[in-house]
Design a protein around this ligand. Structure first.
Ligand SMILES: NC(=O)c1ccc[n+]([C@@H]2O[C@H](COP(=O)([O-])OP(=O)(O)OC[C@H]3O[C@@H](n4cnc5c(N)ncnc54)[C@H](O)[C@@H]3O)[C@@H](O)[C@H]2O)c1
Length: 370
């Protein structure tokens, strides 16, 4: 381990305050900065290292480059009792997504279902955050988003589809909801960034170069992805043997839900730059669905059924050498108990990024940490 990758743990409150200071320092209004911070800190608390404080500089750079508007002016383009089409006008993706899922939940309370499609948004962070908003309201929630091209279709080496995550949450009678939240690629871009900061190679079989050979250097992978000279492999991997086409097809479903209901941009138009290399907004699309359980079954009955499914899976016969079976959302729930005590892990490469933002925005304090 080099000294750049040495980890220290920083208290959650310190990181949270820094996020608020950075967002507000960039001009994001306080109430919106709170939402952006809440989504990022939720990632850190859930142990999703790639999408918490590690992504603060990402938003910082994009705002500075004019690719995100700090004031989020969402416009309802079309609305019915159960549906809405929203234009995010390139505001803060977290705020746009939060408003969209709130809208879906309100509609579902009255009509059983709420579906909101969003265009012209920006990166919304962890998809689970919005699916869990529905679960907390006693509903099932689903969200997907498209993203910059990264995944190569089966039998191709060209990055065409984003890492296009799917998140689904359902309330249970256990100590956490069921919550699946993952990219449709084997590894998502954020994990490549984490490997780069940790100065570790990418395991072979996750990322390929333009000839289809394994690419294991995370820095080269990040650089080459932007120039379409590298691609992430879909869930299932290259070719058809391990059913990589299923990951490719799931990513395509996400692209369609994120585009063909909202009329937004898709695939190569999401690169964030023009042909002459000048920067432009990412124009991402999202989709949100809330299903009010009470319109189908009593909530407590549904919670119990979901809990029974989860417990039955956890109790299944274990493979040799394994002592535990997980269900989706379980590891993240455990992290939420552990991380507030332990603090958020930050290595020296990341500390330097935090220092840069603090200094460039002339934010006082934090010297004890970075
Ligand atoms: N906004 C974007 O553009 C974007 C794009 C890609 C990914 N992301 C986010 O990145 C985050 C991480 O994505 P990822 O693809 O690296 O996730 P991942 O590969 O770490 O998978 C996480 C999911 O798998 C579940 N899981 C883990 N181990 C399990 C086990 N043994 N049994 C059952 N379930 C298990 C977790 O509970 C969780 O739901 C997500 O929050 C996602 O929304 C965002």
């Amino acid at each position: 381990m080099s000294e750049n990758t040495e980890i220290t743990h920083i208290p959650v409150e310190v990181i949270k305050n820094l996020m608020m200071d950075v967002f507000q320092g960039l001009g994001v209004p306080e109430a919106d900065a709170r939402i952006c911070t809440d989504v990022l800190i939720a990632a850190d608390l859930r142990g999703i290292e790639s999408h918490g404080v590690a992504r603060l500089k990402y938003y910082y750079d994009r705002i500075q480059r004019g690719q995100h508007q700090v004031r989020t002016e969402t416009e309802i383009v079309k609305e019915t009792e159960t549906t809405a089409l929203v234009d995010g006008h390139h505001g803060m993706g977290h705020v746009i997504a939060h408003r969209a899922m709130e809208m879906a939940i309100r509609k579902a309370e009255t009509h059983g279902l709420g579906a909101v499609a969003v265009r012209n948004s920006t990166h919304y962070g962890i998809a689970a955050y919005y699916a869990l908003m529905a679960a907390e309201a006693g509903m099932m929630g689903l969200t997907v988003t498209n993203a910059r091209p990264a995944i190569a279709p089966t039998f191709s080496t060209e990055p065409m589809l984003g890492t296009n995550p799917i998140a689904f949450a359902a309330p249970s009678d256990g100590d956490h909801p069921f919550c699946f939240d993952a990219a449709t690629s084997i590894i998502q871009r954020g994990k490549v960034e984490v490997l780069s900061r940790a100065e570790q190679p990418i395991p072979p079989g996750w990322v390929i170069d333009a000839e289809g050979n394994p690419l294991t250097d995370p820095d080269r992978a990040l650089e080459n992805l932007g120039q379409a000279q590298a691609a992430l492999l879909p869930l299932g991997g290259a070719g058809e043997v391990m059913a990589g086409y299923k990951g490719y097809d799931l990513a395509t479903i996400v692209e369609i839900l994120s585009t063909s209901l909202c009329g937004g941009a898709f695939m190569k138009d999401l690169l964030g730059f023009e042909e002459d290399g000048s920067q432009r907004p990412y124009m991402l699309g999202h989709f949100f669905l809330a299903i009010d359980i009470e319109h189908f079954l009593p909530l407590e009955f549904s919670r119990r059924l979901t809990g029974q499914i989860m417990r039955a899976l956890q109790g299944a016969r274990k493979a040799r050498g394994q002592d535990r079976i997980y269900v989706a959302g379980e590891k993240e729930h455990e992290n939420e108990q552990l991380i507030p005590e332990r603090g958020i892990p930050v290595n020296a490469n990341l500390r330097r990024e935090l220092q840069t933002m603090r200094d460039e925005l002339s934010i006082p304090g934090y010297e004890a940490y970075f």
